[in-house]
Ligand binder design. Structure first.
Ligand SMILES: C[C@@]1(CC(=O)O)C2=NC(=C\c3[nH]c(c(CCC(=O)O)c3CC(=O)O)Cc3[nH]c(c(CC(=O)O)c3CCC(=O)O)/C=C3\N/C(=C\2)[C@@H](CCC(=O)O)[C@]3(C)CC(=O)O)/[C@H]1CCC(=O)O
Ligand SMILES: NC(=O)c1ccc[n+]([C@@H]2O[C@H](COP(=O)([O-])OP(=O)(O)OC[C@H]3O[C@@H](n4cnc5c(N)ncnc54)[C@H](O)[C@@H]3O)[C@@H](O)[C@H]2O)c1
Length: 202
């Protein structure tokens, strides 16, 4: 089954993962592995990650030490997938990359294959974060650079007060009385001004 046919429009289904509850294996210790580590730990500081790479670059090694991430400096072995839920394959050898992806598929481990978008079960997104608010952007693999630029635009456009707004609404939400429909009605009314169409809501 093809995970994502990038020729037929954007069929990706976005989700937000709780990486502190999942085991992630990162294969590769070079520049891309470091970028993926930075992206993971910026979002999920308690992510459960281990890394395996033949050679680990100094900057990657420093990041691993700083974040107390377990690693082994050797080639990938299939046993590395024991207990693993997700894998990111960031190696500079296409044959090895494909073989590691096949090993993942054989064990139902979802894999991101950094050198081959067509083989990815999931992509990483470009992430805008304002406190509790998180917006993830994907261009369906067409242009990560455009995703990065959109991130910068949204980051500038979203007010910094977004987090206090979320905290206030969350407190109100916890104290709402009534049945589900009544709660939805009250929350829609309270947040009406956030919609560009201010007549929206019930
Ligand atoms: C969003 C972000 C998340 C992250 O990595 O954290 C991310 N790439 C980022 C940056 C970035 N990546 C690349 C450049 C160089 C310029 C350029 O090529 O545009 C830059 C820009 C830069 O670094 O400035 C090169 C590149 N990337 C991929 C390939 C392979 C290929 O396309 O064949 C190549 C070519 C390798 C080569 O030529 O050798 C593939 C993927 N990169 C993705 C995500 C997935 C699709 C996301 C989507 O749907 O939009 C996907 C498919 C798989 C994946 O990696 O998950 C992060 C945003 C940073 C931010 O937010 O600041
Ligand atoms: N998806 C993205 O965002 C993105 C961005 C740029 C580049 N890329 C692609 O990602 C790949 C990796 O790029 P890089 O700059 O990190 O390369 P790199 O040369 O900096 O690092 C490659 C790493 O893979 C390791 N490795 C190779 N074979 C291995 C094996 N069998 N088992 C364990 N480790 C192994 C090496 O030891 C090294 O640590 C390239 O193919 C590149 O084209 C992807």
């Amino acid at each position: 089954m093809q995970a994502n046919n990038i020729e037929d429009g954007n069929t990706l289904f976005p989700v937000f993962l709780k990486l502190e509850n999942l085991n992630l294996l990162l294969v590769g210790g070079g520049n891309v592995a470091l970028e993926k580590l930075e992206a993971i730990f910026k979002n999920s500081p308690n992510a459960r990650v281990k890394l395996v790479a033949i050679d680990i670059f100094n900057l990657t090694r420093a990041f691993l030490s700083d974040h107390k991430i377990p690693y082994e400096e050797r080639p990938f072995y299939e046993n590395d997938l024991e207990g693993v839920n997700l894998a990111i394959i960031a190696v500079n050898d296409h044959d090895a990359s494909r073989q590691i992806k096949e090993a993942c598929a054989g064990r139902n481990v979802l894999a991101n294959v950094a050198d081959t978008p067509a083989q990815c079960d999931f992509y990483l997104g470009s992430v805008v974060k304002k406190g509790n608010l998180k917006v993830a952007i994907s261009t369906n693999g067409k242009s990560p650079t455009v995703a990065k630029r959109l991130k910068e635009t949204l980051n500038a456009a979203l007010p910094d007060e977004m987090d206090s707004l979320l905290s206030n609404i969350s407190a109100i939400r916890d104290n709402l009385k009534g049945d589900f429909a009544e709660k939805v009605r009250q929350l829609d009314k309270l947040t009406k001004n956030l919609s560009p169409d201010q007549s929206a809501g019930r």
